[in-house]
Design a protein around this ligand. Structure first.
Ligand code: NAD
Length: 422
């Protein structure tokens, strides 16, 4: 193993083009009429915002951000807000489109949206981030709404940012906790939301392992990304007996052939903000982690980690996509030809939006559930979604990814048809 912690940077592949390519392939399988393809292939609304924010040093910086509403056909649009230097219009458009399909597959009464601000949050103070988040909220206060567009956390955002957004929004429209999900518990958040996406990764991975006839106790795995999704996903898989040989984050990868102490890594990252300096494994690069000889690979960091450039080197036989778009469309055929079973992002990471939906329901009812009550509701929703996608995979004799697109498209197209107003 190399000891160089090189970080795999996203390759310049358009995530939106990846989305469109797969949408068209799935639409071909369904013989979808052109009018439905037209509705599905463009977002309903693209809002670009610029926010001048006073920095701690007295200077002003103008930040650029987006909110893209892909679809409201099935209900209010739903989707997270990410802070990352890679955020651009193309990325947010793709993420919004995946949200539409994800909510459809999960059977939620939601359309899809996504938001983002282009910045590296590590370079700014908490006060600067708060001013920026509030400015972004003011720009979008008439897009957001309990029954129109409901944001949530994504990369580099969490309960803290959701609390600022909810508070800023309340200054204009009064306290409406259901306008945003992923809030801290004290502000109307749901039990189980923090772990929800990682729990969904574990739940759908367990469904896939069952179909493959694998006993989790005999499975080896690697998890890329150790943030919200990857850390909870890794811990929950580890608790099921999966031996996790490698984990990573932006600081690099950590490897142990005998299996890592994932609980120790989780506690270390929670305390220190990342895995940097963790001594529980030998150093490997993020690129090496992806190509390890493990049975299960869970990319849980960011998009375009597996492309035409490295797909042929992937050795895992099951891939569970915790991240959105970790595999670019140009890699699909290569991975399919290797017989890899892929639980695609729009199914594998739907646990987050599912519990966000349960948070929204609790906010509207003013009645709150325990964590086990939340999990008892969310787990079967994901198991049903997996079963439906797996059935489509068998019925249409297509990859699990295209099967997920087929299931997602079907419900949206059917709603478009019923509405009859296009
Ligand atoms: P996060 O910010 O909590 O964690 C991201 C992790 O990835 C961190 O450990 C970070 O160090 C690591 N990382 C960043 N760049 C990397 C790189 N180049 N190489 C390797 N590791 C890198 O974000 P998150 O909420 O866990 O989101 C991760 C992915 O999951 C994103 O694609 C996001 O859209 C998706 N997702 C998140 C949620 C959610 O509820 N948080 C829901 C659905 C999907």
């Amino acid at each position: 193993m190399s000891s160089v912690n090189t970080i795999s940077q996203p390759v310049k592949v358009s995530p939106y083009q990846s989305l469109l390519k797969r949408l068209n392939e799935a639409a071909d399988i369904l013989n979808l009429e052109d009018r439905f393809r037209a509705v599905l292939s463009v977002p309903e609304k693209i809002v670009e915002v610029n926010m001048p924010v006073k920095l701690d040093n007295g200077k002003t910086e103008v930040f650029n951000g987006y909110r893209v509403v892909n679809s409201t056909v099935l209900g209010p649009s739903k989707g997270g807000i990410r802070y990352s230097e890679h955020v651009d219009k193309d990325e947010v458009m793709a993420l919004a489109g995946w949200m539409t399909l994800k909510c459809s597959i999960a059977g939620l009464p939601y359309g899809g949206a996504k938001g983002g601000i282009t910045l590296d949050p590590k370079k700014y103070s908490v006060d600067e981030l708060e001013r920026l988040t509030r400015a972004y909220t003011r720009r979008l206060k008439d897009v957001f709404g309990v029954d129109s567009d409901v944001p949530a956390p994504d990369m580099n955002t969490g309960g803290r940012e959701m609390a600022w957004i909810a508070d800023e929004y309340s200054r204009f429209y009064g306290n409406q906790p259901g306008v945003i999900t992923g809030k801290p518990l004290e502000l109307g958040g749901s039990q189980g939301r923090s772990a929800a996406t990682g729990r969904g990764v574990m739940t759908t991975a367990m469904c896939a392992m069952k179909e493959l006839g694998w006993n989790p106790r005999n499975v080896t795995a690697a998890v890329q990304g150790f943030g919200n999704v990857g850390s909870f996903g890794a811990v929950l898989l580890w608790e099921k007996g999966v031996k996790i040989l490698a984990i990573s984050d932006i600081s690099g990868g950590y490897f142990n052939e005998a299996g890592l102490d994932i609980k120790g890594a989780f506690e270390y990252a929670a305390k220190n903000g990342s895995l940097a300096g963790w001594t529980g494994g030998t150093a490997i690069s993020n690129a090496e982690l992806l190509e390890l000889d493990v049975m299960l690979l869970a990319p849980c960091a960011m998009e375009n980690q597996i492309t035409q450039a490295n797909a042929a080197n992937i050795k895992a036989k099951l891939m569970v996509e915790g991240a959105n778009g970790p595999v670019s469309a140009d890699a699909d055929a290569i991975l399919d030809s290797k017989g890899i079973m892929i639980v695609p992002d729009i199914l594998a990471n739907a646990g987050g939006v599912t519990v966000s939906y349960l948070e929204w329901v609790q906010n509207r009812a003013g009645h709150y559930w325990t964590e086990s009550e939340v999990n008892e509701k969310a787990d079967p929703m994901l198991e049903r979604a997996f079963a439906e996608v797996f059935k489509a995979h068998k019925d249409y004799k297509c990859s699990m990814r295209l099967a997920a697109y087929v299931v997602g498209i079907k419900r949206v197209a059917s709603a478009v048809k019923l509405k009859g107003n296009y």
